[in-house]
Design a protein around this ligand. Structure first.
Ligand code: NDP
Length: 497
């Protein structure tokens, strides 16, 4: 398993007001390598006082940042993009060490996509036009968009760096300041980004603040802190608490939550494209993807042939050291998440599902030290718990179907609506099915692609709001209307003479 890789430091403080400081309570948490179980570094465990100090620093920096010319704020995003690109290999390595995901993913997807999101939002903001209309010959209607103020952002551990970019780029370029809380399981890549930005002097002090610590403490303090908006990605359960905290303060919240997405394979799908679609759906990022194609609907006629291809391809997936460029699947985030996944396989068995491939913790050779899970498929029905609850691991439930109406009904039978896929050589059928499935994103003949410019977010319990598209800029701004009387005469009834 991977030899020691040098991080820039092994102890990370809090980044508040442009300074690094220890948590005021002196507490730290351990960051661990999920592929080996070895300690990686220590992070600060922020207290309420620390989180409030970060919100105050962001508040103090707000007016100066909001007043900067749009061109300057956009340039700052472009500078951050360049900085990430210059440090791509290092940041990809940090992400793989801290999260357990393979370097071929972090260096080809997570980090380059983050670069592109900073560039995309820099461009969107420059092209943002606002609006002014004449409502009648004497009334000018000016619609201005202004930043909201201080944004509290909380992200989970599955895409720590990329989700950082999804949230930071639009918030900052729109003129807001940010207090950012990564997951305590994966704080290192964003802390390293903050260090690089700080060393390069790209942002004024206090514009970006990073507080680390557990969700139940630092996260809870942040949702209650003096912020003007909350932006959250994570479980539906915590998302609900964030929505309540926002309601209490009458501030907006955007929420990207869980999913149990339907990946639908018709009998005319290209087999090679389809097998890749199942793998991308449920094995990408070790299955720890909110939009994972975890319910795999296969048309009855091709079930046997397709299952043969799938079991063969799942058994051949190369698991191992995340830092080995040949590794296709790395480690789950930690052993307790792995145990939850294995527990779900047991639940499936008890419910009568048949395990077609995988089903156990992988313990061969060096894998034994880490949190590795075999790529797993079980064949079951849509009403089983394993087909209704989010497993968040490389475990897909295959569900046979007869025809289009039946599969659409089953696909929609879920409390979630985040992702989904349709595989068919008939685009007419694929698009018809895509429009009938109640979900925020549906891929056709591909899965789990996340380009900037394509809006991503959920229907139903999968959340509120759309990221990775310029429309999220609306959610980081508020509208001011200036209504001008151009007539030179009094205009207000009933007092106008
Ligand atoms: P959680 O909701 O537990 O955690 C997400 C983030 O919230 C983490 O930073 C966590 O901190 C923090 N947090 C936890 N409790 C609180 C709290 N009471 N108040 C404020 N913040 C809190 O999700 P997981 O980390 O367990 O991630 C897995 C779940 O998230 C899955 O259900 C998955 O579907 C969903 N998810 C959704 C995504 C989407 O884009 N829709 C993306 C990724 C995950 P800490 O980790 O330090 O405890």
């Amino acid at each position: 398993m991977s030899e020691k890789h040098e991080l820039s430091r092994d102890h990370f403080g809090l980044y508040i007001g442009g300074e690094w400081r220890e948590a005021s309570g002196g507490q730290t948490l351990d960051a661990e390598n999920p592929a080996t179980g070895d300690p990686l570094a220590q992070i600060a465990d922020a207290t309420k006082e620390d989180v409030d100090a970060a919100a105050a620093a962001a508040r103090a920096a707000f007016a100066g940042w909001a007043e900067k010319p749009v061109a300057e704020r956009s340039q700052a995003m472009l500078d951050i993009a360049d900085l990430i690109e210059e440090n791509l290999q290092y940041l990809a390595t940090v992400e793989s060490l801290d999260n357990g995901k393979p370097i071929r993913e972090t260096s080809a997807a997570d980090v380059p996509l983050a670069v592109d999101h900073f560039r995309y939002f820099a461009g969107c903001m420059r092209a943002d036009e606002g609006a002014a209309t004449m409502l009648d010959p004497n009334t000018l209607n000016i619609i201005l968009r202004e930043p909201l103020g201080v944004i509290g952002q909380i992200v989970p551990w599955n895409f720590p760096f990329l989700m950082g970019a999804w949230k930071l780029a639009p918030a900052l370029v729109a003129g807001n300041t940010v207090v950012f809380k990564p997951s305590s399981a994966t704080s290192l890549s964003i802390l390293e980004l903050a260090r690089l930005i700080d060393e390069a002097g790209i942002l004024p002090k206090g514009v970006l603040n990073v507080v680390t610590g557990s969700g139940s403490r630092a996260g809870d303090y942040l949702q209650k802190a003096d912020v003007d908006k909350l932006a959250f990605t994570g479980s539906t359960e915590v998302g609900r608490q964030i929505a309540l905290a926002a309601a209490e303060k009458i501030i907006p919240a955007t929420l990207e939550l869980g999913g149990k997405s339907a990946n639908v394979f018709f009998d005319d799908a290209d087999p090679e494209v389809a097998v890749n679609g199942v793998q991308m759906g449920i094995l990408f990022n070790q299955g720890q993807v909110c939009s994972a194609g975890s319910r795999i609907f296969i048309q009855q006629k091709v079930l046997d042939d397709f299952m043969n291809r799938l079991t063969e391809s799942f058994a051949a997936v190369k698991m191992g050291d995340p830092l080995d460029p040949a590794t296709e699947m790395g480690a789950q985030i930690n052993v307790s998440q792995l145990e939850k996944i294995v527990g779900y396989v047991d639940v499936g068995r008890e419910e009568g599902a048949r395990i077609a491939v995988g089903g156990k913790r992988a313990t061969e050779g060096a894998l034994a030290k880490g949190a590795f899970m075999e790529p797993t498929l079980m064949v079951g029905t849509n009403d089983m718990r394993v087909a209704q609850e989010e497993i968040f691991g490389p475990v897909g439930v295959v569900i046979p179907f007869k025809d289009e109406d039946e599969v659409v009904e089953m696909a929609n039978n879920s409390p979630y609506g985040l992702g989904g896929g349709v595989f068919s050589r008939s685009l007419e059928r694929a698009i018809r099915v895509a429009t009938r499935v109640r979900t925020g994103r549906i891929w056709v003949n591909q899965y789990n692609a996340f380009p900037a410019g394509a809006p991503f977010g959920g229907y139903k319990e999968s959340g509120i709001g759309r990221e990775t598209h310029k429309m999220i800029l609306d959610a980081y701004q508020q509208t001011k209307n200036i209504l001008v009387n151009l007539s030179g005469s009094p205009a207000g009834l009933p007092f106008a003479k």
